[in-house]
Structures are given as C-alpha cells and as structure tokens.
Design a protein around this ligand. Structure first.
Ligand code: ATP
Ligand code: MG
Ligand code: MG
Length: 553
C-alpha cells in the first residue's frame, strides 16, 4: 500500500510518449573510463536502466572516451564488471564514443559549411578573455570572419597535423552576447596530440564534450539523455548541436537532455583526487578498500546489488541537491541480509572459559537453527566442549547495575547450549583475567532449565578445541565526522580509528566460507569474506555493518 508517485523524469517521458515526441524510450549510461564507479554512478546507472525497463525501451552502456588523457582500458573493464554486478544488462548495446570520431568530424565540417563554425587562432587565455563574464558580454573573435572555404581548409589542416597543439581551435558560431556563457562561440574541436586507448594515434584533433555528447546520443537514437545538474546551463548548447545537425526538429523533439541532482553521501568521500591520495598515503589498500564507496569497495565490503538498488530507490530522484545518510545505506544492507543469511557464533575478542564440571575430552554436537526468522536456511551442529571462548565484553569482574552478562556468581545462558555460572577467575601476573571458571547445569541443555529458572543474559561462545582463529576487521568512517570531511587547507580529516583488526575465534563451519560469502555473527553484525586477503581455508572477515541502527525509515 505504498503510494507510487511518478518522479519528474517519468512525467516528462510519459508526456513525450503520449504527445508523440518519441515512439519508445532509449536511455544510456555514459561513463568516462577514467576511474572506478562509485555509489553516485550507481544511481545514474539504475535510473537510466530502470526507465528503459519500465517503458519497454532500450538501454545503452556507452564509454564516453573522447578525452584520452586519463582514459584507460583497465577502467573500461572495471566499469563493465560493476555495471553488470548491479544487475544491469546492456545486451548487445555496448558503445564507444571514440568509434564516432569520423562522424563527429563530418558533423563539424557540416557546421562549417553552414557557416556555423570557424577556426580561431586565439589561444586558451585569449579565448577566455574574449568570452567575457556573467556581467560583461563577450567580444567577437577576430578570426570569426574567415570564409567557409578558409575554414574548411584550416580544419582539414588541423586534422592532418599541420598545426601545433593548442594553436588552433574550431568554434561554434552562436552568440557572443548570449547571457549564457556556454553559448558564446564554444570550442568544439581542439588540436592535441594524444594517444587514445581505442583509436591510437589516428587523431590529433579531439571534440569537446559539449559537441561530442549530443552527437553520441543522436547517433544511438537516445531519446532522453539524463545527466546531472551541473549540465543544466549546457542544455541550450546540446539543443543547438542536435538541431543544427538536423537530428532534432523542434524543441519538444528528442533527443532531449534532462538533469537531476547528484547523489551525495554525508561525510563520505567520493572525489577521485582524495581517494587517490588515501591510496598513495597507504591509508587504504586500493580503490576497493572496504571503507570506500566505489562499487568495487561496496562489493568487497559485502553490500549486495539489491541493497544498493533499494538505497537508490529510497533516495529518490530530484532536481534539488541534497545529501543522503550513510546510515540509510546500512539500513538497506541489513534489511537485505536479515532473512537471507545464517546466524553464526563468533567471538571477536576471545577470553577463555573452563566449565569445571564438564567432562574433559567430551564433545557434544548441539543443533542450532541457522536463522530463526527463516526456516528454509535449515540448521547445523555446533561442537560444545569443556573449554570455550566467550567475548571479553561479555564478562565483568565488578559489573555495574543492570549488567546481565557474565560476572562472578552470576548465571547466564550460553546461546543454544547450557546455563553456566561463573565460579572464579584466574589472572596473570599483570592482573589480567586469563581464564574464567564456570559450572554448568546439565539439565539446561538447549538453553532452558526444566525448573523454570530464568537467566537474563544470553551470550555466544565457540569451542576452544574446535573453533578457528581468523582475522576480523571492523570499520569506521574514514573521515573524522566530528571535524567534518575537509580541513581548511582542503585536506581530509582522516579518522585514525577507521580500521580495527582483531584475532577472533569462529565456529568451525565458517572455515568453508568463500570470498563474498556473508553471514550474521550473532550480536555483532553482518560480515563478509574478504575477496583480496582471504586464502583457501583461511577466510578474513570484514564487518559490513553492525546490528544496531540509529536509522529509522
Ligand atoms: P566523478 O568525477 O565522481 O567520477 P563524473 O561526472 O566524472 O563523476 P562520469 O564518468 O563523467 O563521472 O559520469 C558518468 C555518469 O554518471 C554521468 O551521467 C554523471 O552525470 C553520472 N554521475 C556522476 N556522479 C554522480 C552522482 N554523484 N550522482 C548521480 N549521478 C552521477
Ligand atoms: Mg568519472
Ligand atoms: Mg565527468
């Protein structure tokens, strides 16, 4: 009984369909292959794909690789992997903008022939000065009077490598007096000798984004070109390009650009520059460090595609910039894993317990239900022995009031096992507790006493003999939230406690866990097997999220 209201993009699309401005919906996700995708990109991917699905249309994955400086094949591969992992299927519609370089060149020639573009010899600084400011109109480019023949010849010369990098540009002839600076004869082609990951050294001229992007959309038959708000002021230029090139007839026709607000996460770093620095400084172990929010990092941390889909859905689509809480993302993964994952026993900070009245050498395999809320996950048997580990936090020598876990003289329930009572403790020469001595009540097997005796505390445990030692990592935000994300000098406020590495003891069943497998560790949270540092038979567990939440839907 959720009321489903349509977001503003859906409203535009439905209007366009009903008024016949397009026959079908065709969207695209156009990443530049210059880095890894992050949670913000996931929003764009799922939005574009979701719209295509919803309206029975098509979705393209297109690499917007028209600026070769930072583009690399490695990123093409990682982006494909991430998009696929998110549950998006582009079928046979994988495209590279660089495959349209010939068509873009022809489009530029067409503009020149129409008198709508000219070659200028102004350098970058001069162009900036001539362009004017918000309060000051632009000035005519002194080269704008060149004839069409001259321009055709010079542009061909640019293509043929006759001119130095930066010595000539092709400008669209629009309006130097426009109140929109983007319309003041924008540069559409530049000379730059750069090796391209796809086209190699074929080209020494490259189109500018504002010229290339609308052409890419038009070639592919994109109807709704969805981008983020910072491109709002570029929309008139988008329309100018597709209209001048004859791809669009009338302002309601498609392709059309629609802007929406970027997804930001409060107190979370997504900027490439900062992440690069964290990697270089050795604070994180790569772009996929589980503390980051790249798609690869979220996957490694143990987030699922479903949890990210849910998160993006909860964030909604809007025209106003806002920032979502990381706690909402945590809520989404908890909700996703709650019913799906077995609940295992792990002791993160182990302390030894000896049950003095339990037979030495004896082992009982106690039945344990894997997930009380989901019978389908079945049950397992967990070995119980005289020597066990419990968590250090579950014992206090001098407890405060309302402490119901283990302390001298108190009886607690060992989860799924027996009632035990702490009788004494052994300390080492430094006064640190080494061993807790208990007695157990054999009648309380399974966790209840036939005499109806109640205990208030229930704690998890692992057999000392059968349990396994593993590395467990707990995470906090990589930025110090109290100080805010950035210092005055622009550097990051790094939280020195963002990673805690523990030597923990887990149930033997967990040793079979494979990379990306995840579990609830009872009372501790959800954990995922690290895909980078685990070895066969020696899993490393990353905490995805704790069980407690401050977030309310
Ligand atoms: P970044 O600098 O964070 O990598 P970008 O804009 O350079 O972002 P592109 O590869 O150019 O990344 O973007 C691909 C698509 O993803 C674009 O359509 C862009 O609008 C969208 N996108 C990028 N960041 C976000 C975000 N935070 N929220 C929603 N969409 C985003
Ligand atoms: Mg990018
Ligand atoms: Mg970009």
């Amino acid at each position: 009984n959720e009321t489903v209201s349509k977001n503003f993009i859906e409203q535009i699309i439905e209007k366009d369909l009903s008024e016949g401005h397009c026959e079908t919906v065709h969207t695209r996700f156009p990443p530049e292959p210059n880095g890894y995708l992050h949670i913000g990109h996931a929003k764009s991917i799922l939005l574009n794909y979701g719209l295509a699905k919803k309206y029975g249309g098509k979705f393209n994955l297109r690499f917007d690789d028209t600026n070769p400086t930072k583009e690399r094949n490695e990123f093409v591969e990682s982006i494909k992997e991430d998009v696929k992992w998110l549950g998006v299927d582009w079928e046979d519609r994988l495209f590279f903008a660089s495959n349209y370089f010939d068509q873009m060149y022809e489009a530029a020639v067409k503009l020149i022939k129409k008198g709508k573009a000219y070659v200028s010899d102004l350098n970058a600084e001069e162009i900036r000065q001539y362009r004017g400011t918000l309060t000051e109109p632009g000035k005519e480019d002194p080269y704008s009077k060149r004839t069409i023949e001259e321009n055709l010849e010079l542009f061909e010369g640019m293509k043929n490598g006759e001119f130095e990098d930066g010595s000539k540009v092709l400008r669209a002839r629009i309006d130097m007096k426009s109140s929109n600076i983007n319309m003041r004869d924008p540069i559409i082609y530049r000379v730059a000798r750069m090796n391209h990951h796809n086209t190699g050294d074929k080209w020494c001229i490259y189109p500018m984004y504002d010229f290339a992007h609308p052409i890419e959309d038009a070639i592919e038959g994109i109807t709704h070109s969805i981008c983020t708000l910072e491109f709002e002021d570029h929309r008139p230029l988008y329309d100018w390009v597709v209209t001048e090139l004859g791809y669009k007839n009338g302002e309601n026709d498609t392709p059309k650009q629609i802007e929406f607000a970027k997804l930001y996460l409060t107190n979370v770093v997504t900027g490439k520059r900062y992440i690069k620095k964290l990697v270089e400084d050795g604070i994180v172990d790569g772009w996929d460090d589980p503390r980051l929010v790249s798609i690869a990092a979220l996957r490694r941390r143990g987030f699922t595609p479903e949890s990210i889909q849910k998160f993006v859905e909860l964030c909604g689509i809007s025209k106003a910039n806002s920032s979502a809480d990381y706690a909402m993302l945590e809520y989404c993964i908890r909700e996703d894993l709650k019913m799906k994952k077995p609940r295992m026993m792990a002791v993160l900070n182990p302390i030894k317990v000896v049950i003095d009245n339990y037979e030495e050498g004896k082992v009982e395999y106690l039945p344990v239900v894997n997930n009380m809320e989901n019978e389908e996950l079945g049950s397992r048997e967990v070995p119980f022995t005289r020597e066990l580990y419990i968590d250090r936090d579950d014992f206090m020598e001098n407890p405060p009031k309302k402490y119901f876990r283990m302390y001298p003289g108190n009886e607690v329930r060992l989860m799924n096992a027996y009632f035990v009572k702490c009788e004494s403790i052994e300390k080492d020469e430094n006064g640190e507790i080494k061993v807790i001595h208990c007695t157990y009540d054999p009648e309380s097997k399974g966790g209840n006493s036939p005499d109806g005796r109640k205990v208030k505390g229930t704690i998890q445990w692992v057999s000392a003999e059968y349990g396994k030692k593993v590395q467990v990592r707990l995470y906090e935000n990589i930025v110090n939230e109290e100080l805010g994300v950035y210092n005055e000098d622009g550097s990051l406020n790094v939280n020195p406690n963002s990673l805690t590495v523990l030597e923990s003891i887990v149930e033997p069943a967990l040793m079979e866990a494979k990379p990306y497998d995840s579990f609830q560790f009872v009372r501790q949270g959800y954990f995922c097997v690290d895909s980078k540092d685990s070895k066969e038979g020696q899993p490393v567990f990353n905490r995805i999220v704790s069980l407690k939440s401050s977030f309310k839907l």
